[in-house]
Design a protein around this ligand. Sequence first.
Ligand SMILES: [Zn+2]
Length: 347
Amino acid sequence: MTDPALTLNEFTAALGSFEAEAGPAVAAATEADALEAVRAKYLGRAHGWLKDLSAKLGQLPKADRAAAGAAFNEVRLRVEATLDARRVALAPVRDAGALADPTMPARETWPGGVHPVTQVIDEMIEIFRELGFTVALGPEAESPWYNFGSLNFPADHPAMDLHDTLYLSDDLVLRTHTSPVQVRTLQAYPPPIRVLIPGNVHRRDPFDASHAPTFAQVEGLVVDEGISFADLKATLTHFANRFFGATKTRFRPSYFPFTEPSAEMDVLCGVCRGSGCGVCKQSGWIEILGSGLVHPAVLESAGVDSEKYTGWAFGMGPARTALARHGIPDIRLLYDSDVRFLGQFAK
Ligand SMILES: [Zn+2]
């Protein structure tokens, strides 16, 4: 007995219901496994619906087979394309399922943190902001006049030597301190002035455990009528107590070309509280900053009347301060960008 012959109309109807059923079935699959089952049911080579339709092609009258075959291929391509699109759409859902698997090893995360030197600078700015200071910035490439001349350096001062200063050209140096910004600020604004000046400075220093050729500096400047050394001492002692916690300070006479008189400020060693240890080299004190009353020649070179106004200034290295605060033995660790080191200071 042979199969009953099939008419073209019957085949076209079967093809139509195949597409009408397979399309919604593909759309209804919400997981990759369900989609695979739909694929096997409709498009499977072994015993899918499409295979049955393909077999029916042979039962059609020969004259109708070419048109029916073309229609069959069109429908097959459309259903396969729908299926592929659905597979792509479901892929992220499948990945999310894998991430939720509690047996997967955790991915390492690298939370950001503020560099220990920047932490020192930020805290200084915060403490001095409470006292009415604002922040002033200036260029890192300076004229020798701003870097030395305006700050009362004598023409033969050794700091201006090629061995100590990086010259970009005859009239341009990489600033060796943030002090040029004192002069720029005094030129730009009339007193009273209270500014904090953070920034990078450059010197021809070796790169060793306690020196770096480029390092941050924070400088402070106060200029007003009737400013005295008592203002300097009171303000810097207040800063030390805020920054290091209740501590003791001492001032030692020193010399800088741009201040007169000049003094260095020490704070009690936070590690041994004064009894002597390796961090303070057995002295019980840590040197924190240099300071002094602004030299009248500096005020005059900035166009400020030194008969009417007086001022005081200080400068400190936040990297050294960070070393002292955390007991870090080598300044190069601050420059290495090693996350194992820096991660210990992340807040
Ligand atoms: Zn100590």
